[in-house]
Design a protein around this ligand. Sequence first.
Ligand SMILES: C[S@@+](CC[C@H](N)C(=O)[O-])C[C@H]1O[C@@H](n2cnc3c(N)ncnc32)[C@H](O)[C@@H]1O
Length: 360
Amino acid sequence: MADNKAAEKASSPRRKSPASPTPEEEAAGILPPQHWVETAPSEGDDGDAESAIGTLDPSSTASISCSILKYRTLHGRRYHSEVGNAEYWGANDERQSESMDINHHTMTLACDGKLYQAPLEKGKVRKALDVGTGTGLWAIDFADEFPEAEVIGTDISPIQPGWVPPNLKFEIEDCTLPWTFAPNSFDYIHMRWLIGSIPDWSQLLAEAYKACRPGGWVESLEPECKFESDDDTVTDHTAVGQWGKIFAEGQKKTGRPFTVVREDLQRKGMEEAGFVDIQEFEFKLPAGTWPKDPKMKELGQLTQMVMEADTEGYVLFIANTLGWSRDEIQVYLAHFRREARQGKLHPYYRQKVIWGRKPE
Ligand SMILES: C[S@@+](CC[C@H](N)C(=O)[O-])C[C@H]1O[C@@H](n2cnc3c(N)ncnc32)[C@H](O)[C@@H]1O
């Protein structure tokens, strides 16, 4: 596990989940949206520049069924069409895709360039699956690294590029429904950042268990939805500190937990499904350039870029679900961006990666 040690060091200190509040307790201190309006930032809004919302090139999507392209919009942002039982909180337009792409590089750097932690052997992975692939960068990198493997990336939005390695294809599939893949067919199944999208993690991991071949591996990497600090700079009265409370409150409405890491849903699901040799590690990802350690500073800068690329696309749907008006959301976002740029807070958020083997 030398490589895991390196990742742990890069993102130290390694920690187990602390005795943390339940989602109800977490959401309890949520400030009403009027709070942000009444305490409007005095030094102008450092709001992020709005970039044009991307449109799909019809020629590149000719083979995609029309219903998949019947996107919904919310306050000018684009969201996925109706697919099965899916309900995803993030926008699916160009701005959000750009943020997702930067996040892929951030996550890969945080794991010391490793795309996976499971002990995969080159030449032995014949078939791999990336569930909720997003813009597909992880799947593209994995397909390049395992050219002999057939790689499939699934999602509910057709936001993946057309030029991909020949051994990779993308499919529209709602992972919250029973999977359509043949049982025992994948050597490796990867899931990253499905937080807030999955009503039942045990069911998801049971489906993954079924689709995985005996001896194969399933891996899940999920973030915490809240920002914390070790020096108490992130308090409940800051917009950055309220971020997690907004999502914890939102999950009460959507029934799809954002508190996956602190509730240990990945491990519980894996154990219930029957996986063995389960291993995990947690790491902290800083937001902002405050860390002194050069690698952590770089990660913090990248995380800030992820957020700044599209802070709105992350929070808009959930705040709207809570009944916040468009203006209230924009004022909250202005507070959030201002705090993030001032650099007085020292926030980080936790990530947990866990992997397990299906017994032979
Ligand atoms: C935060 S993004 C993460 C993307 C990618 N896994 C990554 O780490 O870069 C979550 C992705 O999950 C997809 N998703 C949400 N609900 C889904 C579902 N029920 N079935 C399949 N994909 C889903 C979203 O469309 C989105 O692309």
